[in-house]
Design a protein around this ligand. Sequence first.
Ligand SMILES: Cc1ncc(COP(=O)(O)O)c(C=O)c1O
Length: 500
Amino acid sequence: MLCWLLRRPNIMENCDLLLTPVADKLRQLINRDITSFHALPISGKKSISSSAIYDKYKDLFGDDYYRSEMTITGENFDTPVLPSRCIKQSEDLTAKAFGARKSFYVTMGTTTANRIVINTMADYGARVLVDRSCHISIHFSVRDRKCELTYIPYKHLCKASGRSYFNFYKVVSQYKQALKDGRPYKLVILNGYSYEGVFYDLKPLIRECIKANDDVSFLIDEAWFAYGYFHKGYKKYTAMQIAADLQAEMPDRKICIVSTQSAHKSLSALRQGSYIHTFADKAFVRKLLENKFSVHTTSPSYPIIASLELARVQAVKEGSRMIEDSLLISKFFCEQVKENKRLSLYAINNKDFIGKGDGGRVFVDPLKISINLSKLKIRPKDFIRYAFDKFGIYINRYCNKSILINIHIGIKKQDILTLLDAMEEFQQETQEKMLNPRKNSISAENEIDYRAEVGAISECFVIPYPPGVPLLFKGDIINRKEAEKIKILKQNGVDLIVVK
Ligand SMILES: Cc1ncc(COP(=O)(O)O)c(C=O)c1O
């Protein structure tokens, strides 16, 4: 497991990066009473203030939210489809903060950000090398572009944690082989940081590909890794830092690397707030803007845009310290699980394959802790329900044996103490139930109808959710391992999405 703790947070001192043109403009506008004859009746509460259901609105959104819900465009704010004023200024500052040449705000999540980027990078029918462990949004987008795909296989080496990583060397060998065959790939898509916190030292891989042929683009999905650029320990692994390093190393080569990040997953941005960061030439950026226009809503939420801006400011100003605190919290939690006897039936999954094979280029982020519950002899889903009902703790990701704890910047020490309490109580109650097995029956609810027959051809994508990485692709011949895995996932109550 990768672990580093800095003695002193390295706060970036760059005043420009703390500017907030969008938030400033919005704050000016909300202080005026403006009646819009355009749209958005809810703006300023106009359509609901005397409504019979106002109380419900109020309970959900408070009194103030509607003030920043606005539809004003053009000279009085900016035009989101083709920003030239405060949104553009803000995006440019964000690019600088993340080491990109140009960044874009997306208010429809990384699902849409990925589609925008793929539409830009892949012409219809383009040859694309794609990491199988990518999020479903990527697989659907390349399918819709009718790309000629080669999948990079992934390794399911850690059964306990459910962590996997793509076959690092296969990417380069496959890339070079295609070149030799005279049919080079135009686009390589990699999952730079998985839901479970697996990330890579991608620089050598990208370097080798670009040295062989630089007529290629890279999309690195960093949905979970928006904080990476703001902490010394992670920064060198981010797509934008790699792009800058490689350009400095190889000034004559074309470098076209784009990353997509769900700011809402790891920074203080509202849900659906995502960034696209580009390290590419102006023509590419222009094309990306056009593709954004064709896919993205023309009515993006201003609160989400403003939150993308504020999340950048916070990351610049406080990110390093906050991530440092999260690392300390993670260390504390792991020590407790190891040392506390009342937690003896839990184990941290830290003996993964990670870092060993593949030249030590694959890591697990210490902020994503996988806890093995096998010794409790329950389904991980049962613990998740218990923790939610009794302690107000929400855990989303689990697999057959383990649950995943994400120590993001919103998690405080007190939250960890509550989680530890929940774990202690659960262990105690489970042990009591073990003495009375009748109470310990496992229900098989939520099973889906999908039957995976060994040797059959899959007619659909089968996607465990979360994390949304397909287990089976349409057209796959189902092998014994996959059929078994689907059976076990179903037994453990994991949601499987089946898409034709
Ligand atoms: C690796 C990865 N990429 C993309 C996405 C989609 O991101 P969003 O929820 O912002 O649309 C997810 C969502 O979990 C993800 O795990």
